[in-house]
Design a protein around this ligand. Structure first.
Ligand code: NAD
Length: 327
């Protein structure tokens, strides 16, 4: 393909993706499914790889995907809230591991395997033992202060047994059961339905009326831990510490010490994902040793020491959601 043609394609893809990202992140109302979005963004990444001179800093491939609403006070994140690189096959995992091995000098890397909960990122800031703030990811640098809403989530404690300044991050989500209950009520009230639990959770947490939030039974799994006073040197240690402080961590998290264990974990949850009572869209593998994480480093948008293995898109049955309009 010549450069002129690539430029035109890149322009069209960026426009289309920016529009879809706005619908998804700002309006919580996507018009296309994730598989279609992912296909388009990977087309754009491929074109930008072929013609790196056409990459611009404002390209959607270079930014963390959220936009900040004026409805909420803004909060500048102390540590950026990044996205994750994604892969769709075992071969791609092996390639990812080879890139990591260039820094760690071994292909026998130890990873945590964590389910990729389909919700929205939250950052919780605790100081003097009290929850001070709950903030969304926003554009990765600046998020929305949604503390009042976060305080209605029963599984997020308002106080913890540590006086250190601690930031704990994870995912706010709605169980499949709560999601069905909300949509049943909306159907009865003649209101537009939510497209999926992720959009319902995002729409709920970014509500101005915290009474509505409290009624909807949001839940949260936490997995990142920042404490400069008493740092922890592994990802699995962080998860254990979060649990010790009284926050909820995902029971299915495991340590994979070999590639074979990674493969087994992927196979197991590809089969079992529908049996869980919350939606997952993949598995996140994170290099366990935090010193090695820092050596492997980051791109502008993602850590290079972690990867999201995404499940193939599911063939959806026709159900009420396909018949009635959704939000
Ligand atoms: P992402 O959602 O693919 O991955 C990053 C996020 O994963 C993190 O921010 C975190 O919130 C979440 N996560 C869940 N469990 C985690 C765990 N255990 N450890 C770490 N992170 C975990 O990335 P993204 O940049 O937020 O968005 C891209 C996704 O959004 C794609 O799946 C894309 O299809 C979808 N999207 C869809 C549309 C659409 O129109 N349908 C538009 C934009 C984005």
């Amino acid at each position: 393909m010549n450069k002129e043609k690539a430029q035109k394609l890149i322009y069209d893809l960026r426009n289309k993706l920016n529009e879809w990202a706005k619908e998804y992140y700002v309006l919580d109302n996507p018009s296309v499914d994730d598989a279609e979005y992912d296909k388009a963004i990977h087309e754009l990444i491929d074109l930008e790889n072929q013609f790196p001179e056409l990459i611009t800093p404002d390209s959607i491939t270079q930014k963390v995907g959220g936009i900040i609403s004026d409805k909420f006070e803004k909060h500048a994140h102390k540590y950026p809230m990044l996205s994750l690189g994604d892969i769709f096959s075992w071969e791609e995992f092996l390639n990812f591991n080879k890139q990591v091995a260039k820094i760690t000098d071994t292909e026998d890397n130890e990873y945590t395997a964590e389910l990729k909960i389909d919700g929205l990122s939250i950052s919780l800031i605790y100081k003097d033992g009290l929850l001070q703030k709950g903030v969304t990811r926003g554009d990765g640098k600046v998020g929305e202060n949604v503390t009042t809403n976060v305080k209605t989530i029963k599984s997020i404690p308002l106080s913890i047994p540590s006086k250190d300044e601690i930031e704990i991050r994870g995912e706010v989500f709605l169980s499949k059961k709560e999601f069905a209950k909300i949509n049943d009520e909306r159907l009865l009230n003649g209101e537009q339905l939510f497209a999926n639990p992720r959009n319902a959770a995002a729409g709920t947490l970014r509500q101005l009326d915290s009474k509505i939030v409290a009624d909807r039974n949001l839940d949260a799994y936490l997995y990142y831990y920042f404490n400069e006073t008493n740092p922890i040197d592994t990802q699995i240690g962080s998860i254990n510490q979060i649990k010790k402080l009284g926050l909820k961590t995902n029971f299915e998290t495991k340590i994979c010490k070999t590639l074979n264990e990674v493969k087994t974990y992927i196979e197991h949850y590809t089969e079992k994902r529908n049996e869980l009572d919350y939606e997952i869209d993949g598995i996140v593998f994170k290099l366990n040793d935090k010193k090695l994480q820092e050596e492997v480093g980051y791109t502008a948008k993602t850590p290079k020491w972690a990867i999201a293995y995404k499940f193939p898109a599911e063939v959806k049955e026709t159900k009420l959601l396909d018949i009635f309009p959704t939000v």
